[in-house]
Design a protein around this ligand. Structure first.
Ligand code: DTR
Ligand code: CA
Ligand code: ZN
Ligand code: ZN
Length: 320
């Protein structure tokens, strides 16, 4: 089990990473979307669902090999972080690990910067990497973690060099109360917080009985996501129960514009929602929420694919 390199403080992590500038090799993005879906996102690449699911398979294997979970303070979390960090290092990202303590155990945030772009305008995307102790957390939140990872890898493959700086993060101990993301924001300092032009959060985006919810916080970010889904002919709903319930909350409380996507947890799908989105009326969006059955079988591929493509669409659109 590889322990993370010496942890950096929030300031050092933020300052040091963006100071690095390297030339990235180009490359083509594997896989392709349907003609209609790729036409809906002129600049952003299609995110291959096969790649996203391959990350989920890895996270499932990690949980299976580590007591059935990837929870804060447990070996499965560390192994999950090591897996993601290795992919990012290989792709040319500047990565760092930030340590914190929660419930008497050491936790870790993983932060990855894509070299280049305006260091005073940072578009940040994140997902919590920890599961609950009772299961592998593949939808909650392997889905968000894998979509953010594959979007970052698509940036590297395409050699994308946007005007704004791109940063990606995987949070620890969200399930204990947004501990990792709050630690990150609290340690940024006001000047570095102001450099974040937007934070995009992805927590549960592959629910098996999916809804298509968009956070109703920053209007520009919300519109970006709604426009993407409108291009697919999908009507979204605003995410109302999410305030304070995921890692966008510390950023929002610090005045950072936030947004994100959510495919639903333990609430039940209404008949109107099923008429719009399909699926099963009266059943939870995710019947395995916080349960041991939140495995790779607990994913709707279409929702995960659409949401992963929406992540890429927003990152490209908001970083021009
Ligand atoms: N708190 C998240 C799941 C969750 C529940 N409601 C929302 C709304 C928006 C984002 C996430 C959630 C968790 O259990 O990790
Ligand atoms: Ca796709
Ligand atoms: Zn959860
Ligand atoms: Zn979650």
């Amino acid at each position: 089990m590889k322990l993370p390199q010496s942890p950096l403080s929030g300031r050092a992590l933020a300052a040091g990473a963006v100071a690095v500038a390297t030339l990235m090799t180009g490359g083509s993005v594997a896989g392709s979307a349907s003609a209609s879906e790729s036409a809906a996102v002129a600049d952003a690449p299609d995110i291959p669902i096969a790649n996203v699911k391959a990350h989920l398979t890895q996270l499932q294997s990690i949980a299976t090999a580590n007591g059935g979970n990837r929870a804060h303070g447990r070996p499965g979390y560390q192994a999950s972080l090591d897996y993601i960090r290795a992919k990012l290092d290989d792709a040319g990202f500047t990565t760092g690990v930030q340590e914190f303590t929660a419930s008497g155990r050491t936790g870790y945030n993983l932060v990855a910067d894509w070299p280049g772009g305006d260091a005073d305008q940072i578009v940040m995307s994140g997902a919590h990497l920890d599961s609950v102790a009772s299961g592998p957390g593949i939808n909650d939140n392997g889905s968000g973690s894998s979509a953010v990872l594959e979007t970052a890898l698509a940036v590297a493959r395409s050699g994308y060099q946007p005007a704004k700086h791109l940063r990606f993060a995987w949070w620890g101990a969200e399930e204990l109360g947004l501990v990792g993301s709050r630690h990150y924001v609290d340690n940024l300092g006001a000047a570095d917080r102001e450099k974040i032009s937007g934070y995009l959060n992805f927590d549960m985006i592959g629910s098996p009985n999916p809804g298509y919810f968009v956070y109703d916080d920053d209007p520009t970010i919300e519109k970006t996501f709604k426009d993407y889904f409108a291009g697919l002919g999908i009507t979204t709903e605003i995410e109302t129960e999410g305030d304070g319930r995921s890692d966008h909350a510390p950023f929002k409380n610090a005045g950072v514009p936030v947004g994100g996507l959510f495919s639903g947890a333990d609430y039940r799908k209404t008949s109107a929602q099923a008429a719009e989105w399909g699926g099963t009326v009266g059943e939870p969006f995710d019947p395995c929420y916080h349960s041991s059955c939140d495995t790779t079988a607990n994913i709707d591929d279409t929702a995960l694919d659409r949401n992963s493509d929406a992540v890429a669409y927003a990152v490209w659109e908001l970083s021009q």
